[in-house]
Ligand binder design. Sequence first.
Ligand code: ZN
Length: 407
Amino acid sequence: MKLRLKLLLAVVLLFGLSTGIATALEGPELVLRGAKVYPSPTASPVENAVVLLENGQIAGVGRQGELKIPKQAKVIDCTGKVIVAGFWNSHVHFENGWHGATQAPAEQLEAHMQEMLTRWGFTTVWDLGSLPSNTLALRKRIESGEVPGPQILMAGDIFPLNGHPVYLPPEMQLPEAASPEQAEQMSKGYLKMGLDGIKLFTGAFMGNKPVVNMDTAIVKAAADVAHADGKPVFAHPQNHTGTDNALAGGVDVLAHTIPNERSFTDDELSRMKRQHTALIPTLTLWTTVVNDPAITDKLVDAGVSELKTYFSEGGTILFGTDVGFVTKYDTSQEYDFMGRAMAWRDILASLTTNPSTLFKQPTKGRVEKGMNADLVVLNADPANDPRNFSKVAYTIRAGKILYPAPK
Ligand SMILES: [Zn+2]
């Protein structure tokens, strides 16, 4: 009797243990069933698909019936929905409402993260300038698993001398580089801090006063430091001179269009093309800078036209909204504006494959076996209307659902 009980206990323990291990290490954690999958911006869709997610990666993509759905997996019915790779927002800030990230309760940060980013499908974001210590604290809490959120990459800002933009609070301490040597030191300091890139205000907006531009020698000094370390350099161009100095100094990404100038010059376009400079249009931003609706329309039209020109000449476009500086979180207007210049598949590339390639994260950007399990499940097909990129049902990063919050 005693022996039997012992045996029984041993069997229960063994069985319990082995199934526990199997679920943790072997079984697919999540299965998305029934959606239409766009594996990449260029691939044909897979209808009525099954996507298996396991250990933070995509373990398989196929039609229903082609892939076996393991019994222990959690299955989400995605019938009628569309699956694309997780989105990049290559221009955000953890600025407005984000201070105190070290002490803020995790639930508060998660809620804000959902409201601003994850409910719009973003699984990777570039912070192009905030308080570095605050963003680094936030990133640490995300990567430890405490706060569900996107991967955060961050660039450190450098301003030209006496180039404190009018829209930033005057008491804010901004690093202004007066010489190439200072710019070099600042760049080195940012990279030492653990930042992933540099952002240069090659044109600083001064309101009624003329734009303050950064000299090309200063741009180049800062950019060379970043490039020596394999890191990208962004520029806030503001005007033609800011664009030209950015290009002459070897900047990789223009963080905005320049709608005040109405269009890029032919020289700028050919240089951007030759140097493979990427462009972030931030078209919605131009609806927030002036109160006059007629001027707003003109700015948006000019931004759309600059995007269209560069895109049609083969330029690389990255999706980005400047959210966190602006408080308009809804992305549908940006897709609407971009849709005036590009087809929906090209917008998908700006959200997925273009940034993954440019920022050297080859395991992101496509819904294929072996890629990171970073996915967006959409309620409607962006092929019918690019605004459908904003109709997010689920945002998944590394196989974990970031949005909506699990119940
Ligand atoms: Zn910005």
